[in-house]
Design a protein around this ligand. Structure first.
Ligand code: PAD
Ligand code: ZN
Length: 375
């Protein structure tokens, strides 16, 4: 029997206040309105950004909230005026939308669509949410909220993928993989024969390594304070792995000396301000490019010595790997199906949605790269 036009009762992982565990709750998901789509979720990935936000007091005003922003699913029904997807289509969730109409979307060099909710309201529409729990409005993290059996989402925040897409694994392409891979390919534009250093070996940092390797880098140094991450870094393409705590001199001096005036491309993928300064100081003094991928809290000021720029270094940011999401993320999914790259090593755990707190703990303890949640 079709559920279109009806309220769907289902389960989701809801955060009632920052710092609390997630609760599996029964929620009511109303039908989609104009330009919205209701999706039956098939899989969701947990990203380092979710983990940080769980304890972030700034999320308080948006609780209760369904967490998660990586996901794949199947369209259950569509609202009025939806033209890019239809019931039954396989889709990937885009935590960075592409409206196709704003100045950013119309400029081929930009990707941060003006409709983004990355630092916004956690609502799928300007004024409301289609989801309620115990009579309360439920927000959706970054206007997505993938830790749920069903969600309503804006049409600009989903993209149709191929019929043969492997939804259970491809969900991590929606944020972690696309972010890291694109940071190397699009933002840094890593060149063949170059040297790279990646600080932080979570799902995003390992995806940077996959991108550096695909771009033809010959030396890729993986840096982390958790040595348990080294084996996986080697599997995906790192040529050397180092722990800054094993050296007496600062890591930037170690890398600078190792690489003869610095590394061609460095990537900060931990989200620490000190690591940004270290990654910048490690890159080649004349032509080095340092890309900040890790997300830093809005109040953080970077403490960078001016002399680092009395040369030709470049420091730049990168959001969602620079991809125009609705146009380009489905192509990444097709490339994954066609085995043009392998993201399977990043998926270390698969759990059911009701085990979400176990998954959070695995991430917090540094025991997991990406955990997939299945409803
Ligand atoms: P993760 O927590 O799985 O990985 C972070 C890694 O950094 C871990 O392996 C840590 O051990 C390591 N680490 C922590 N501190 C240090 C240090 N001082 N030196 C070296 N290594 C360290 O997270 P993730 O891979 O899912 O995400 C990484 C960051 O990227 C995080 O800040 C997240 O918020 C950000 C992100 N940014 C975007 C974007 O569009 N820019 C998208 C998605 C995630
Ligand atoms: Zn993410």
């Amino acid at each position: 029997m079709s559920t279109a036009g009806k309220v769907i009762k289902c389960r989701a992982a809801v955060l009632w206040e920052p710092g609390a565990p997630l609760n599996i709750e029964e929620i009511d998901v109303a039908p989609p309105k104009a330009k919205e789509v209701r999706v039956r979720m098939v899989a969701a990935g947990i990203c380092g950004t979710d983990i940080k936000s769980l304890d972030d007091k700034n999320l308080g005003p948006f609780c209760p909230i369904i967490m998660g922003h990586e996901g794949t699913g199947i369209v259950e029904s569509v609202g009025e005026g939806v033209s890019t997807v239809k019931t039954g289509d396989k889709v990937i969730i885009l935590c960075l939308p592409q409206c196709g109409e704003c100045n950013t979307c119309l400029n081929s060099k930009n990707n941060i669509c003006k409709e983004t909710r990355l630092s916004g309201t956690h609502l799928t529409s300007e004024d409301n949410s289609r989801i309620t729990c115990k009579g309360k409005i439920v927000y959706q993290y970054i206007a997505t909220g993938t830790f749920s059996e069903y969600i309503v989402i804006r049409e600009i925040s989903i993209a149709k993928v191929d019929e043969d897409a492997l939804l259970e694994k491809a969900c991590i392409i929606g944020c972690g993989f696309a972010t890291g891979f694109g940071a190397a390919i699009n933002s840094a534009k890593v060149s063949p024969g170059s040297t790279c250093a990646v600080f932080g070996l979570g799902g995003v940092g390992l995806s940077v390594i996959i991108g550096c390797k695909a771009a033809g880098a010959t030396r890729i140094i993986a840096v982390d304070i958790n040595k348990d991450k080294f084996a996986k870094a080697k599997t995906v393409g790192a040529t050397e792995c180092i722990d800054p705590r094993d050296f007496e001199k600062p890591i930037q001096k170690v890398l600078f000396d190792m690489m003869n005036d610095g590394v061609d491309f460095t990537f900060e993928v931990t989200g620490n301000p000190e690591t940004v300064a270290n990654a910048l100081a490690s890159c080649h003094k004349d032509h080095g490019v340092c890309v900040i991928v890790g997300s830093l809290a809005s109040w953080i000021q970077l403490n960078i010595n001016s002399q680092l720029f009395f040369s030709g270094r470049t420091l730049k940011g990168s959001v969602l790997g620079g991809w125009k999401t609705k146009d380009e993320i489905p192509k990444l999914v097709s490339d994954y199906t066609a085995k043009k790259f392998n993201l399977d090593p990043l998926i270390t755990h698969t759990l059911t949605l009701d085990k979400v707190n176990e998954a959070v703990q695995l991430m917090k303890n540094g025991q997991c790269i990406r955990c997939i949640l299945l409803p």
